[in-house]
Design a protein around this ligand. Structure first.
Ligand code: HEC
Ligand code: HEC
Length: 445
């Protein structure tokens, strides 16, 4: 199944491969990032300490922790949108703790984030060279939840704390401070480093909890023989799997015969450059020379050879609960799930439908546009070719994606999908790129 994914990776990576093959087999690394000889087994099952889970949850929902107060982790990772959302910004990227500050990336769901492995390289059977997997954030720059927590708390476009001392001070005076002392010892607040470590451990536990990885979707029930899928959903699943049609599974990995639901996270944690359109509503994008190029920033920071080959690459997200989300892709450019799927099918065939001026891959710096994957199905098509998926196929895949919604988010996803369909009908027919990022291509239904 993975075969179709790697047709493209060629010349540039071979350099890295040559450098690597000289290294000793044991302790192989790429610029300090470990290279594994086998894919790690799926993580879990987790058994986090309930006291820590509770503390992590209290922190997650604590709006005192931002500067000014009012923005919690849950403001952006909103339970009403499957623990994603953009804090009400409506332009596809996150609004910060001040109403005049917006970030540069769409907020991902933190459901199932505990399953993301730390960044590593691995050479798949059919890949010409080792490629990266794992790491948190769209560019994999942080390895663990415990290390990540301080980033949103300190980010000037997010929770805006001036330094770690300010975070520790707020924890020490929090209503749940005694809980931290009971769980981590009376001296937990003695040093800022100690307080931050406890905060990381608590958040780690919360994201490992059942609440944050429920595996309670209709898809999960169907795998266990406890639910039926409709004819259209089953057709969507088939297209999603078929290497000659959707081929989605080559990156959004799942296994419908396994009794372990963690084998169906709908991602392999790998990276790809799919060339989504530029989101012109992002304030930072007013600078035409500014490009968010994802993984190559991490590659440069870590000293991987030829880091530029990773420009345009972003980590493949899980598609669980995708129907509860209002914006899609790392830059939030799509406001419609159907568009996100249709993009795969017609990106190269009808570039004018997706890119202003029809210029392909306009959100990748011109010198890196050659990195974008044009070999893998379904986006190995050019103008004049037949799409790998037609309108009815796209509808079926969207219907299948709807089966990946966990029980607590079912109502929200239904409302969201209905609102998206209604918006789509209002603006359908033009096929033009709108400045708010809503393309809303016509649906035949
Ligand atoms: C202002 C909005 C905002 C707030 C508040 C916020 N986040 Fe995030 N979060 C984001 C964005 C945007 C990303 C994606 C950033 C990127 O890829 O570079 C993200 C990514 C993450 C990820 C990585 C998920 C993945 O799959 O890679 C985790 C985990 C996370 N946040 C946890 C938290 C925690 C814990 C808090 C509270 C301490 C928090 N966030 C507060 C916006 C926010
Ligand atoms: C070659 C790997 C690859 C294949 C094949 C692939 N995807 Fe993706 N998918 C990605 C990557 C990488 C992203 C993130 C891109 C970004 O953020 O810029 C993504 C993002 C998405 C998103 C947006 C999710 C979100 O929460 O923002 C959806 C929906 C999606 N893919 C559905 C599909 C479907 C349906 C198919 C099959 C028709 C498919 N993908 C095939 C790699 C792939």
């Amino acid at each position: 199944m993975r075969g179709k994914r790697f047709q493209r990776i060629a010349g540039a990576v071979v350099l890295a491969a040559a450098a690597l093959s000289c290294a000793a087999a044991a302790g192989l690394t790429v610029g300090g990032t470990p290279q594994r000889t086998a894919l790690p087994d799926v993580a879990g099952p987790f058994r986090p300490d309930p006291a820590r889970v509770l503390l992590g949850r209290q922190v997650f929902f604590d709006a005192r922790l931002s500067e000014p107060a009012g923005t919690s982790c849950a403001s952006c990772h909103d339970p009403a949108q499957g623990f994603a959302g953009d804090h009400g910004s409506r332009i596809g990227v996150a609004l910060g703790s001040r109403p005049d500050l917006v970030g540069v990336r769409n907020v991902p769901s933190v459901l199932y984030a505990a399953y993301v492995p730390p960044l590593f390289f691995y050479q798949d059977d059919d890949a010409p060279a080792p490629t990266p997997f794992g790491g948190l954030f769209a560019d994999g720059r942080v390895d663990t939840v415990a290390q990540l927590v301080r980033h949103p708390l300190l980010d000037p476009l997010e929770m805006r704390n001036p330094d770690t001392d300010a975070i520790a001070r707020k924890l020490r005076t929090a209503p749940y401070a005694d809980g931290f002392k009971r769980a981590f010892g009376p001296d937990v607040f003695a040093t800022t480093a100690g307080a931050l470590a406890a905060l990381g451990a608590a958040m780690d536990a919360f994201l490992q909890s059942r609440e944050m990885a429920p595996f309670s979707s209709r898809y999960d029930a169907w795998v266990q023989g406890r639910a039926q899928l409709t004819t259209q959903e089953l057709r969507g699943l088939k297209l999603f799997k078929d290497p000659d049609r959707g081929n989605c599974v080559s990156c959004h990995k799942f296994n419908e015969t396994s009794t372990n639901p963690a084998r169906s996270l709908f991602t392999d944690f790998g990276y790809d450059a799919i060339g989504v359109p530029r989101n012109r509503a992002i304030p930072a994008n007013r600078d035409p020379r500014r490009f968010d190029e994802g993984l190559c920033a991490t590659a440069a920071a870590k000293g991987w050879p030829d880091s530029g080959q990773w420009c345009g690459y972003f980590r493949t997200p899980s598609l669980r609960n995708v129907a509860a989300r209002e914006r899609y892709m790392h830059n939030g450019v799509f406001a419609n799930l159907r568009d996100a799927v249709a993009f795969y099918a017609t990106r190269g065939i009808e570039p004018r439908r997706w890119y202003r001026d029809g210029r392909l891959f306009d959100d990748v710096a011109p010198r890196h546009r050659g990195n974008v994957n044009v070999a893998t199905l379904p986006y190995n098509r050019r103008q004049g070719m037949t799409p790998a998926l037609d309108d009815a196929d796209i509808d079926a895949i969207v219907a299948f994606l709807g089966t990946l919604t966990d029980a607590p988010f079912e109502a929200a996803a239904r409302r969201n999908m209905a609102a998206q369909a209604a918006r789509c009908r209002q603006t359908s027919g033009t096929g033009l790129v709108s400045d708010v990022g809503a393309y809303c291509l016509p649906s035949k239904r």
